[in-house]
Write a protein that binds this ligand. Structure first.
Ligand code: ADP
Ligand code: ADP
Length: 214
């Protein structure tokens, strides 16, 4: 199965993509994780991306399109994939159409996660991510067994630089302006399914599985 996850930052795309990918062996493609890795490695692409990410702005289309093309061509994605955080602009959506056409691998569904802005701010302010394996936690909603330590790999849990309230609100503005129009893009192609992402993780997961027929 080939899925696209759309939704504002903090709507739970990464959490749900991780659960579905683990259960079904799909490859989870998070452009945000890949960009953060490039920043941590100090690659030229990472250096270019960092300023945009810290400011809550999008990284230029050509940078992320290149990453996604390389990843989708890999053997790991044959069984299915979840694009988590891509596409985020109409230009990216059009590029993705062309890439998937080349691979004869059309998407099955674009899933839109719906949640209001205040819930997003609460979720992102408490988000913690493992420095080692990128596993996701929340100080109140999904705490680790031991404070500050990843349940899966024992790595250190850190707060992302862009999970500060001013940057979160900027990311929400960017989402509304650049990414929300993609809901109509995929609705028009008959691919869009919308789910209420405001409930607890298990409830959202059940709604997601039902929406995509898994
Ligand atoms: P979230 O879903 O919490 O907003 P992500 O980890 O998906 O966070 O993205 C973090 C940042 O990485 C974005 O604010 C943006 O700067 C950059 N980014 C990630 N994916 C894309 C993309 N598809 N296009 C442009 N920039 C991206
Ligand atoms: P996204 O990838 O859309 O930015 P995440 O999956 O990273 O969102 O979730 C953002 C934060 O909210 C994380 O700290 C995560 O643990 C928490 N979270 C995810 N889903 C839920 C939920 N349904 N209810 C409460 N908190 C959630």
């Amino acid at each position: 199965m080939r899925l696209i996850f759309l939704g504002p930052p903090g709507s739970g795309k990464g959490t749900q993509a991780g659960l579905l990918a683990e259960a079904h062996g799909f490859c989870q493609i998070s452009t945000g994780d890949m960009l953060r890795q490039a920043v941590a490695d100090g690659t030229p692409m990472g250096l270019k991306a960092k300023a945009c990410m810290d400011a809550g702005e999008l990284v230029p289309d050509e940078v992320v399109i290149g990453i996604v093309r390389d990843t989708l061509s890999g053997e790991k994605c044959r069984k299915g994939f979840i694009l988590d955080g891509f596409p985020r602009t109409t230009g990216q959506a059009q590029a993705l159409d062309a890439i998937l056409h080349d691979f004869s691998a059309p998407i099955d569904h674009a899933v839109a996660f719906t949640v209001d802005d205040e819930a997003v701010v609460a979720r992102l302010s408490g988000r913690r991510t493992c420095r080692g394996c990128q596993a996701m936690y929340h100080v109140s909603f999904a705490p680790p067994a031991r404070e500050g330590e990843c349940d899966k790999c024992g790595g250190e849990l850190v707060q992302r630089d862009d999970d500060r309230e001013d940057v979160i609100r900027q990311r929400l503005r960017v989402y509304a302006e650049s990414t929300r129009p993609l809901l109509d893009y995929y609705r028009g192609r008959g691919h869009l399914v919308e789910i209420d992402a405001a409930g607890p993780v298990d409830t959202v997961h059940a709604a997601l599985k039902k929406a995509v027929g898994l």
